[in-house]
Each structure stands twice: as structure tokens, then as C-alpha cells.
Design a protein around this ligand. Structure first.
Ligand code: FES
Length: 311
């Protein structure tokens, strides 16, 4: 049940959720998200940005996106205190390594949501960290008051209204030296994440860099038709160049678990038994892509003429 709604910044609201039947909510770790059923057939992921130790409530931050496909617009315009929402248990694809000597958290815009939960945990456990929050202006900056608490002094750094070159210069300065046992966490819009990955790749090992996209920007590429065969149920379907595997399977009555439909959440990941996927998602790790033994059915396609799935 929605317990509180706060306008945190221009276009950003936080929603505090408590169990409708009372009692404790499932435990979660920093970086976790929940799926929220925001309307018929519309499921969206929101990072939990409250204090991970608080089992009495969850907090999410939602930015109203101008090109909303129904999720953020619905949350901003329709959801009121007292409304009931159907949510999933917390899932975490963006785990914090709490054994690290030092952690650098880089947030772009609404990407602050999972990182503020990480900052809270690191502060509480007395670990060394720095949070850098890149935002258009103070008016567009969520959770300013929380981030101004004395404990965060010297650890939280705000960067306002930087142009692309200034952001790159700041990142080059921040990431030029990789300290052994340091970990880097990034969340924000895709161009921001791409820039960080490029800069970090010069000196940071890939296993020390952790990222989470908060919205999809499925990788582009040429599309052509191919055949999908289901090994367990025996079906065989043609996927035309303008349809996704998931759409074709759903149209044919095949049940596919899905959530984001943007290649970011991993709900639709399915084992591949034969054929070569053309990965277009942002969820699988480079080694998983290279292995070609699983794929995201919502956005990825095939390089081979036939794909055989373990379904
Ligand atoms: S449904 Fe989220 S990755 Fe496919």
C-alpha cells in the first residue's frame, strides 16, 4: 500500500510502500529493485532507494519520462496515498561488493536510486566510498536533503549542468587510477554509462565495474527473419524482421515470463540449445553473450537461420 508520496525534485517523486496486510517486507540488499504492476500488461522495475535495513517499508523514486510508455506517467498521475500496488519480491542484479576497500558510485539523474541505498549501507558499515551525482540542476536533484546529512560530508559530490566534455573530463580525473580492491558502480542514462565504461576501460578491470541501466536502449542492428524452435514443446515459429521472438511466441499462445520488454531486467532470459543469438540486450554480461547459451527473448534476435530454445 502506498504510504507516502513526496515530490523529490522536478519530475521525480518518491513513493513509500508498506505491506497492505501489515508486517515485515522481504529483506533486500542495496542495488535491488522490485517489479511493479502499473497497469494491465505494464510491469516496470524500480530500484529500492530506502534504507535496506528497514523491513517496514520500501521506497522507490520515479522520474516522469516525457516519452513514458505508460509506467512513469501512470505512477505520477494516477497513484495516490492509500492505493494498493502489486509488486514482486526484491531482486538484485546489481549487488554491492561489501568486501571492497573503496567504492565509487556514479549516478546520472534518476540513476541515483540504487546508488543512494548503496551509499547508506557503506556509510553505516564505515566503508570507504565516494558518491558522484551528475544532475541538470539542484531543482532536478532528488534526495538532496538526505544526501546533505553530516555523515555524507566529503563523500557525496554533486555535479550540476556539466556539458558532455566537462562530464568526460571529470570522469577521466576520477577514474584515471584504479586502486586495487576498488569497485565502480554506475547507473544512469545509456550515453552516460557508455562514456563511463569507455573511460574506465583504460585502467579498470571489467570485473570491478558494475552497472545497471534504468531504462532500455536495446542495441540496434540489421534485422532479418529467422525460425525459432521450442525443444520441449515442439513448436516452430517464423520470427519476421519487424517482430520480436517474445511477441511471436505470445501471439502463438506460448507463455513467456517477461517484465521490462527492454532487455534490461533479465526476466525473459532463456537457454539456447542450438543456433547463434544476436544479442541486443543490456542485461547479459560479456562472457554470457560470448557463450551464446542464453538470450533475452524480448529484444535479441538470431544470427543463424534457426534458433532452438529450451522451452
Ligand atoms: S523482459 Fe526484461 S530483459 Fe526481457
Amino acid at each position: 500500500m502506498v504510504e507516502a508520496i513526496t515530490q523529490e525534485a522536478e519530475d521525480i517523486k518518491s513513493f513509500v510502500l508498506a505491506s497492505a496486510s501489515g508486517g515485515e517486507l522481504p529483506r533486500y540488499s542495496p542495488g535491488a529493485h522490485i517489479d511493479i504492476n502499473v497497469g494491465p500488461g505494464v510491469v516496470r522495475q524500480y530500484s529500492l532507494c530506502g534504507s535496506p535495513g528497514d523491513r517496514s517499508r520500501y521506497m522507490i523514486g520515479v522520474k516522469r519520462e516525457p516519452q513514458s510508455r505508460g509506467g512513469s506517467e501512470h505512477m505520477h498521475a494516477r497513484i495516490r496515498i492509500g492505493d494498493r500496488l502489486e509488486i514482486s519480491v526484491p531482486k538484485n542484479n546489481f549487488e554491492l561488493d561489501e568486501t571492497a576497500k573503496h567504492s565509487i558510485l556514479l549516478a546520472g539523474g534518476i540513476g541515483i536510486t540504487p546508488l543512494i541505498a548503496m551509499a547508506d549501507r557503506l556509510l553505516l558499515s564505515g566503508k570507504s566510498f565516494a558518491l558522484h551525482y551528475f544532475s541538470r540542476s539542484p531543482q532536478h536533484t532528488a534526495f538532496s536533503e538526505r544526501l546533505s546529512q553530516p555523515g555524507f560530508a566529503g563523500k557525496v559530490h554533486m555535479h550540476y549542468a556539466l556539458d558532455v566534455d566537462a562530464v568526460r573530463a571529470e570522469l577521466e580525473n576520477l577514474l584515471q587510477i584504479y586502486g586495487v580492491d576498488s569497485h565502480l558502480y554506475l547507473c544512469g542514462p545509456k550515453p552516460f554509462m557508455d562514456m563511463i565504461e569507455t573511460v574506465a576501460a583504460r585502467s579498470w578491470p571489467s570485473e570491478a565495474v558494475h552497472l545497471e541501466y534504468f531504462s532500455g536502449a536495446a542495441l540496434e542492428g540489421p534485422t532479418s527473419s529467422f525460425e525459432v524452435r521450442l525443444a520441449r514443446t515442439g513448436g516452430s515459429y517464423l520470427v519476421p524482421d519487424d517482430r520480436s521472438i517474445m511477441e511471436v511466441l505470445q501471439e502463438n499462445g506460448v507463455d513467456v515470463d517477461y517484465s521490462c520488454e527492454q532487455g534490461v531486467c533479465g526476466t525473459c532470459v532463456t537457454d539456447v540449445l542450438e543456433g547463434e543469438p544476436d544479442h541486443r540486450d543490456l542485461f547479459l554480461k560479456p562472457a554470457e553473450r560470448a557463450a551464446n547459451t542464453k538470450m533475452c527473448l524480448c529484444v535479441s534476435r538470431a544470427k543463424s537461420l534457426v534458433l532452438v530454445l529450451d522451452m
